[in-house]
Design a protein around this ligand. Structure first.
Ligand code: FES
Length: 118
């Protein structure tokens, strides 16, 4: 097991930002239709800056790790920057090759974030 794989396992088993965020401004959800797993993320925003973020998930290690890592990276960023997040950003955080069958897991967080515009 390499460092990145163990980091993903650690994030999936003990995500530092797991749980419901009280007094959040945004609650966003997504569901992976291929497995039925779902994700809810919570964002707290002040003066257009994301000051806190957390999530609840019924999902696999990849989806939890990707969500946890990406949400951590959003703290301190402008809420408007969310629309610029690309799949490559998630892959850069994970630092592992994702098979096509697991892409939906890794990018479930992006599906949730996409709903912010709707
Ligand atoms: Fe369901 Fe990965 S297997 S989100």
């Amino acid at each position: 097991m390499n460092d990145y794989t163990s980091q993903i396992l650690d994030y999936s088993q003990n995500p530092p930002n797991y749980g419901k965020l009280e007094n959040c401004n945004y609650t966003l959800t997504a569901k992976n239709p291929s497995c039925g797993d779902d994700l809810t993320i919570f964002l707290k925003v002040e003066n257009k800056i994301i000051i806190d973020a957390s999530f609840l998930a019924d999902g696999c290690a990849i989806s939890k790790a990707a969500t946890s890592m990406l949400l951590e990276s959003l703290i301190g960023k402008e809420i408007g920057k969310i629309e610029n997040i690309k799949k490559e950003d998630v892959l850069n955080l994970l630092q592992i090759d994702i098979s096509s069958t697991r892409e939906k897991c890794a990018f479930l967080i992006l599906d949730a974030l996409d709903t912010i515009a709707s």
